[in-house]
Design a protein around this ligand. Sequence first.
Ligand code: AMP
Length: 308
Amino acid sequence: MSKLVIVGTVAFDTIATPFGKTDKILGGAAIFIGLAASQFDIDGAIVSVVGGDFPKEYIKMLQNKGLDVTGLDIVESGKTFFWSGKYHNDMNTRDTLVTELNVLADFKPKVPEFYKDAEVVMLGNLHPMVQLSVIEQIPVRPKLVVLDTMNFWMDNALKELLQVIAKVDVITINDEEARQLTGEYSLVVAAKKIMTMGPKYVVIKKGEHGALLFYDDEVFYAPALPLEVVFDPTGAGDTFAGGFTGYITKTKDYSYENLKKAIIYGSTLASFCVEKFGTERMLEITEKEIHQRLRQFKSLTQFDIELI
Ligand code: AMP
């Protein structure tokens, strides 16, 4: 089986949406990425850190999903990364109320020996120095290195972030972050500018308006499925990244044509994530539901037209 290394936060989140709010629940970029990627028949490993307050049952759950957790460091004396966010009425924008790095502040990632020849590396959202350290621990260059990040790191560690961006093949970023990173309003111009920073492929996520994949002078668009229920968008971007990299790891095809299919898989999985709070929906989806939604996706975008 092909290997996928996932680095990112493992977190406690408290989330408020117009529909309700949660106590501390399981969250974090690596969790959403891992749960999405575990839908594919691959060998996935999570590299992250938690505190002594992290319930063992969550670790069991990850193992039951087939994810390797030998690279999940447990600092018994510390507290797990904590994030709290509140969504506005339109659900497209949110305010971060609290970010407590806790054990993440001193985290030194260790990629397990068995995963040092991974085909795909997914650098999920966390400190760019941690992302860099993961790249540096892998002696043979992976077939594909994908980076996700957010405005928090642009504000707090831009120099380090630019170093990571220079080393990756694909960056996934949302529209506002692409604008912040480049100072360009046009997403086409922003994507081109990001390509000069390192990545060959740029994926710009536009929330309920889907995602764009840029490569050279080409652009491909995957819409988001119009959903009846959008309950909590937390983790949608990470779930997208997990579906995207999980699909590529499984198919072992790193071409532009296959990356187009991967963003459809990413969008499909993200469409489930938003239907319930946190990871709830991702923990219960079945292969049948995924296939059904992929078919809906196909019919959403397929049409015949005659030129008259
Ligand atoms: P998303 O909605 O895809 O942006 O991801 C939300 C997840 O990102 C939550 O579960 C948070 O725990 C996690 N998160 C929030 N802020 C950060 C940050 N600065 N670095 C890494 N992960 C974060």
